[in-house]
Design a protein around this ligand. Structure first.
Ligand SMILES: Nc1ncnc2c1ncn2[C@@H]1O[C@H](COP(=O)(O)OP(=O)(O)O)[C@@H](O)[C@H]1O
Ligand SMILES: [Mg+2]
Length: 372
């Protein structure tokens, strides 16, 4: 029987907190209602500052940990109110937290997400499943990406070779070849660099439809320098984040080339995202027949068009063609991980993350009233 779950996702783009009410069962995954709520200024700024510079005062960290979770709880309650649902109808919340540091390579491998799950459980009275990456890292895995299991289930096909590409701040792909184990990894930057460049130029938080990028011309010398980063040639499993791909990374390469017009830099950053995704597909699944795009990048028309040209004759379409809006795939994925935790199913895929074994992921913070 299908039950209701809520998925909460705070992605690297910091465009807002996604909450999705999802009906989940053995064969069902149906997003009933979802919303993205922009972060209140101080909260968004606090998270952005911490990601940009991890040195912080522990008191500030603790306060942000709780403030962020309070905001997440409010978003869940608002979603339920809009949906005409009560907390006791929800089996559990799956909470991504906000990644403030991701360093999955030994020595000292760890991944750290902010957001106090107890606060969410206490405010909503809904059992909250959180810290969904650390167990995979503890088993020697990358702790990311965690969506391939959902991609395989929702988007896989018995005969066709498919690639699911999630274009968030960072882009990750899942290779769905019916004759092989599922693989997946982060290809590199998704929207993060385009967003950062747009913000720096005073053009708002993102380049709508990629129109600004489209107005410029690719700077081939800059593109070559950016593409020469070692990350792109590393073998999978691999994962990355804003610790590596950030504005400073772009500016260091920019310093090496003759001054370029801002629109041309944006065109180059779009080309970087498109070509590194296409290269990753070519390297891992050259016979891919269908590329299914999700995440916010699916709404960047110029980016999707460029990807289409690069991967032809493979068909490019968004996850909407498979019954799930691109914006909500990740939140549905975290709802799915909550259910996997409660039924004690594996949440990770060792063939994807490199973990030594399949594992039950996450901690359970009960929202129930204790027995008398
Ligand atoms: N209409 C659009 N045109 C261009 N880019 C868009 C559009 N809608 C969303 N995006 C991009 O998607 C990003 C958000 O994607 P999302 O999947 O939420 O990423 P994350 O998981 O990192 O938060 C925005 O920052 C923006 O770059
Ligand atoms: Mg987002």
């Amino acid at each position: 029987m299908a039950e209701l779950y809520v998925g909460i996702v705070s992605g690297t783009s910091l465009d807002g907190l996604d909450t999705a009410l999802v009906e989940l069962g053995a064969d069902t995954c149906n997003v009933v209602r979802a919303r993205t709520t922009p972060f209140p200024g101080p909260l968004g700024d606090g998270l952005a500052a911490l990601v940009a510079d991890p040195r912080t005062d522990l008191r500030d960290l603790g306060a942000l940990n709780v403030a962020f979770a309070e905001f997440a709880a409010e978003c869940v309650l608002a979603l339920l109110a809009e949906s005409g649902r009560e907390p006791d109808e929800i089996a559990a919340i799956g909470f991504s937290g906000h990644t403030i540091f991701h360093q999955p390579l030994p020595p000292g491998a760890f991944t750290l997400q902010l957001g106090d799950p107890s606060t969410i459980a206490a405010r909503t009275h809904i059992t909250t499943v959180a810290d969904l990456r650390s167990m995979d890292v503890a088993f020697g895995g990358q702790g990311a990406p965690v969506l391939p299991a959902l991609h395989a289930w929702q988007l896989g096909h018995a005969e066709e070779i498919r690639i699911a590409v999630n274009i968030g701040g960072i882009a990750n792909l899942t290779c769905l070849n019916p004759s092989r184990a599922v693989t997946g990894f982060d290809s590199g930057p998704g929207n993060a660099l385009m967003d950062a460049w747009s913000r720096l130029a005073g053009r708002g938080p993102f380049d709508r439809d990629g129109a600004w990028a489209k107005s410029g011309t690719v700077v081939s010398d800059l593109l070559r320098r950016l593409r020469s980063d070692d990350y792109f040639s590393l073998p999978a499993p691999k994962s990355t984040g804003l610790e590596h791909f950030n504005l400073g990374w772009v500016q260091r390469a920019l310093a090496e080339v003759p001054e370029a017009a801002p629109a041309n830099v944006q065109a180059t950053l779009l080309e970087l995202t498109a070509t590194t995704i296409a290269d990753a597909i070519e390297a891992s699944e050259p016979e891919a027949q269908r590329v299914i795009v999700c995440g916010g990048g699916a709404y960047n028309a110029a980016l999707v068009q460029r990807l289409e040209a690069l991967v032809a004759p493979a068909v490019v379409e968004t996850s909407a063609a498979h019954g799930i809006e691109p914006a909500w795939v990740e939140a549905a994925g975290f709802a799915w991980l909550a259910r996997a935790r409660l039924v004690r199913a594996a949440g990770n895929m060792p063939s994807v993350t490199g973990a030594r074994e399949p594992a039950v992921l996450g901690g359970v913070y009960s929202g129930e009233t204790p027995n008398a």
